[in-house]
Write a protein that binds this ligand. Structure first.
Ligand code: DGL
Length: 264
């Protein structure tokens, strides 16, 4: 591997940018390719078979085209299904994104945690196994959101998204219990799109909660696999690929996620 590792970050759409942002902070010297499978978005609406059949060969094509040193699957809906298949099929190391149930349950004081993900992610056996293994006695509520990922894409694209639409998607996460000491205090952001809306989630929450974003932990995992790097920042650019073939036209909105560089 050269001094500038090549990291491929993959998601169904633009949500993986919230993971990319943390990895770029940790390894500003790396070269990045961000691939969005927008032609198949949203993954939350597809069957498990359809996602496996789509993602495994697509990642093979992306590896062939971009020769990454490491691939980050920055999508819970895909990671909870395809990681084992990808590791069996390709030699490159993979880092996945799965619901951060263990740290959320460890941190909750009221022992009431909600997991907000796509309807696909909350149905997965993988997610249910995480709850069985790591709930640590917490009451964990799974909340599948049909629209929040698309709303986050729309907001990033500059479309006005009404507060009421966001509030309706997050409302089931808030369980009142018998008062402040027993109500939900921690919500896992189990879809990489949702941190795109974090300011609004905080503002619209019926009461304050901790929102758990797994991106910093994913960046630490990348560093543990690739090393800390040279720290030099004359980084070798970045590229954005859409499976629909469209060109991105969001430079001003996207550049912060790429650590200030303008993706080609
Ligand atoms: N960003 C994806 C995730 O983390 C899913 C959004 C979608 O395609 O439904 O689950």
């Amino acid at each position: 591997m050269s001094g500038h590792p090549n990291i491929l970050v993959f998601d169904s759409g633009l949500g993986g940018l919230t993971v990319l942002r943390e990895i770029v902070r940790a390894r500003p010297d790396a070269r990045y390719t961000y691939a969005a499978d927008d032609a198949f978005f949203p993954y939350g609406q597809h069957s498990e078979e359809a996602i496996i059949g789509r993602v495994v060969p697509l990642i093979g094509e992306l590896i062939e085209a971009h020769a990454p040193d490491l691939v980050v699957i920055a999508c819970n809906t895909a990671s909870t299904l395809v990681l084992a298949h990808l590791r069996a099929a390709y030699k490159v190391p993979f880092v996945g994104t799965v619901p951060a149930i263990k740290p959320a349950c460890a941190a909750s004081k009221t022992r009431r945690v909600s997991v907000l993900g796509t309807s696909g992610t909350v149905k997965r056996e993988y997610t249910r196994a995480l709850i069985r293994d790591f709930a640590q006695g917490c009451d964990v509520k799974l909340v599948g959101s049909a629209h929040l990922a698309a709303l986050a894409e729309a907001a990033l694209d500059g479309t006005s998204v009404p507060d009421a639409a966001i509030s309706a998607e997050i409302a089931p996460c808030f369980v009142a219990g018998d008062g402040p000491g027993s109500r939900t205090d921690t919500i896992v952001l189990a879809c990489t799109h949702y941190p795109l809306l974090l300011d609004r989630l905080v503002r619209l929450a019926p009461w304050p909660v901790d929102w758990i974003d797994p991106a910093p932990a994913i960046a630490r995992r990348v560093v543990s696999l690739l090393g800390a790097g040279s720290g030099q920042t004359e980084e070798p650019g970045a590229e954005m690929v859409f499976t629909s073939g469209r060109r991105h036209r969001l430079s001003a909105a996207l550049t912060p996620y790429f650590g200030g560089r303008v993706p080609a």
